[in-house]
Design a protein around this ligand. Structure first.
Ligand code: F6R
Length: 610
């Protein structure tokens, strides 16, 4: 999705803005633009393609100077990627300049209305109508802030806006509704960004702007009010991440770096939350609603993509450990269902970014119905984190690779903890004890799997030219099969399908042939014998088999062409191990097919439109 950066302070705005845009590249974009303002005038540049193109285009312009600036990476929604459609957009008099993330739903009406009033539009975007509408109110004699507020009251849809008044380059305006925007607080300088990673090298103090708020930012002051001009409370959050965490280090790609962060991510997720002596779990974020949690009779998990697959693992965990009837819904589908909710129904939203529009909309629907809303969110202060009644943070640090890897591990770790926390069973002790003891050993076991990265790369090279792949698993590893297929699709563009292994005979077996391989997730557990039978059927049809199996499994080598061995663990924790070789396999397949695995085509990290 689009990325926004803004700056006001004593320094030259341009380098800060360009660095900020580069840090936001992970959000996905097709064009970029920047404008800086000073008493001497405006300098503006827009280019199609990478931020580097923009950087080069402004690099030689010695007059590109100013201490106030706004910049943007665009991911086209209305109008093709082009210089004219890139942001910033401005009004006819070139006084109002703005960058926008989101969608102005009533832009056509506004455009018609404004065109009739003589405004000439230069782009096909929804955004430009906002600049002209502000201008229209200014022409009525209103001051800039009032014109802006009147505009915000008239637009419908979602927006994060950074706005500059070229007549007054001493103030930067920001407004937000349903799209993320943060203010970075510095000394004699302040920043604006779609997310903190854009400016984390400059400050660690952030204000998360809330829906319906308008900020007036000068170099040494920040005023925030609602659209009735009443001041709203300002809360500054100090973020523990540093610049390094948001960068690649020695790894060639963020995706690989993030896969290798797996062991510590699992540790971060359980650290301080396991009270070993008392054989219990403490989740501070849920304490405030602990009474309500005791009354939960049915849990609905809402999420999208990889977070949804983590939710499917959660379904098994909540049912087995907490004995709690649980169902998982794609957030995008849940929104349109009209099912009745009994008293005692709670929802759990799972989201890495905390900004996914579909998950947010589903959550809001649940809130409207009066349900208790819980969250598992990685991004501190994000909209989903703020809008749930209570929740647990992942503490996984920024995930930059578009394909989610480390977030999946931390989501499952927290789901295990949450299932124990929600457990009402009296005989929970032995299961809880073994889960908690084993969870603490998982990071080391992941490390052992990561040591096999070179061998997994060889397998990826062997299979990288197959046009199709099937992923199969059962019970806890059925969601892992779905996630493995999604990962391969996303970063290598190989067509892949995930299936419950027991479903083979009901359709997918028809596809099996010598050039249609199957990735079988078959750790030794209560259902492995069943999967062996499924594999016999595949083998009989000459389908190549790659297996993820437990160390010491004697049988698997007679069935599979290739095997990746993983350490033994207890079944509910298996996805934490089995997904790691699948992530590596997808990564190496993508890289060796020549693709940019950190930024797969057509995808964006933070899906803030529906
Ligand atoms: C897949 C992936 C996506 C996200 C999905 C939800 O690798 O990253 O499927 O999992 O868009 O995003 P969050 O978790 O931010 O709500």
């Amino acid at each position: 999705m689009c990325g926004i950066v803004g700056y006001i302070g004593e320094k030259e705005a341009l380098p800060i803005l360009i660095n900020g845009l580069k840090a936001l590249e992970y959000r996905g974009y097709d064009s970029a633009g920047v404008a800086v303002f000073s008493k001497n005038g405006i300098r503006e540049k827009k280019t199609v393609g990478q931020v580097e193109v923009l950087e080069k285009a402004v690099g030689d312009d010695v007059d590109f100077k100013g201490n106030l600036g706004i910049a943007h990476t665009r991911w086209a929604t209305h109008g093709a990627p082009s210089e004219a459609n890139a942001h910033p957009h401005s009004d006819c008099s070139r006084r109002v300049f703005l960058v926008h993330n989101g969608i102005i739903e009533n832009y056509k009406e506004l455009k018609n209305y404004l065109s009739e009033r003589g405004h000439i539009f230069k782009s096909e975007t929804d955004t430009e109508s906002v600049a002209h509408l502000i201008e229209d109110f200014l022409e009525e004699g209103k001051d800039f802030k009032t014109a802006l507020i009147d505009t915000l009251k008239m637009i419908r849809g979602a927006y994060a806006l950074a706005i500059a008044d070229a007549k007054n380059p001493e103030i930067l305006y920001a407004a937000k509704l349903s799209s993320p925007l943060v203010i970075g607080v510095g000394k004699d300088e302040n920043f604006l960004a779609s997310d903190p990673s854009a400016v984390i090298g400059n400050t660690r103090d952030f204000i998360y702007l809330k829906d319906g708020e308008l900020a007036e930012i000068t170099r040494d002051k920040i005023n925030i009010s609602n659209l009735e001009k009443q001041p709203t409370p300002i809360e500054i959050v100090r973020l523990e991440w540093n610049l390094e965490q948001a960068q690649k280090g020695d790894f060639p790609h963020f995706m690989l770096k993030e896969i290798f962060e797996g062991p510590e991510i699992v540790r971060f997720a359980f650290r301080g939350r396991i009270i070993s002596k008392e054989n219990r779990v403490m989740l501070g974020g849920l304490e405030q609603v602990s009474d309500k949690i005791k009354k939960i009779k049915r849990l609905i998990i809402l999420a999208c993509g990889t977070s949804y697959y983590a939710g499917l693992v959660g379904e098994y965990l909540f049912e087995e450990i907490a004995k709690l009837p649980t169902e998982v819904h794609f957030a995008s589908e849940f929104r349109y269902r009209e099912e009745p909710f009994d008293e005692g129904t709670a929802v759990l939203a799972i989201s890495q970014s905390g900004e996914t529009a579909d998950t947010l909309a589903a959550l809001r629907k649940a809130k409207e119905k009066g349900l208790l809303t819980l969250g598992i969110v990685n991004t501190v202060g994000s909209t989903i984190a703020r809008e749930t009644n209570a929740g647990v943070y992942n503490h996984a640090g920024p995930e930059i690779g578009v394909a989610s890897t480390k977030a999946f591990l931390s989501q499952i770790t927290i789901l295990v903890l949450m299932a124990i926390y929600l457990s009402k069973s009296n005989d929970k002790d032995s299961l809880t004890e073994s889960l908690l003891k084993e969870l603490e050993k998982i990071p080391e076991k992941i490390e052992k799997i990561l040591l096999q990265a070179p061998a997994i790369e060889k397998l990826a090279l062997k299979y990288k030219d197959c046009g199709n792949f099937l992923f199969i698993g059962r019970r806890y590893n059925y969601p892992t099969a779905l996630e493995g297929a999604l990962k391969l699709k996303e970063v290598s563009y190989i067509h892949a399908e995930g299936y419950g292994a027991g479903e083979m005979k009901h359709g997918p077996l028809a596809m099996i042939s010598p050039d249609f391989p199957t990735m079988a997730i078959v750790p030794q557990n209560g259902v492995s014998e069943k999967i062996y039978s499924n594999l016999e059927e595949i083998k009989a049809r000459k389908g190549p088999i790659l297996a993820i199996a437990t160390e010491g499994d004697k049988k698997i080598s007679s069935l599979a062409n290739d095997v990746i061995y993983i350490p033994k663990t207890i079944e509910p924790l298996e996805p934490l191990l089995t997904v790691v070789p699948l992530q590596l396999f997808a990564y190496y397949a993508g890289v060796n097919r020549g693709f940019n695995v950190d930024k797969p085509r057509n995808l964006a990290k933070s899906v803030t439109v529906e």
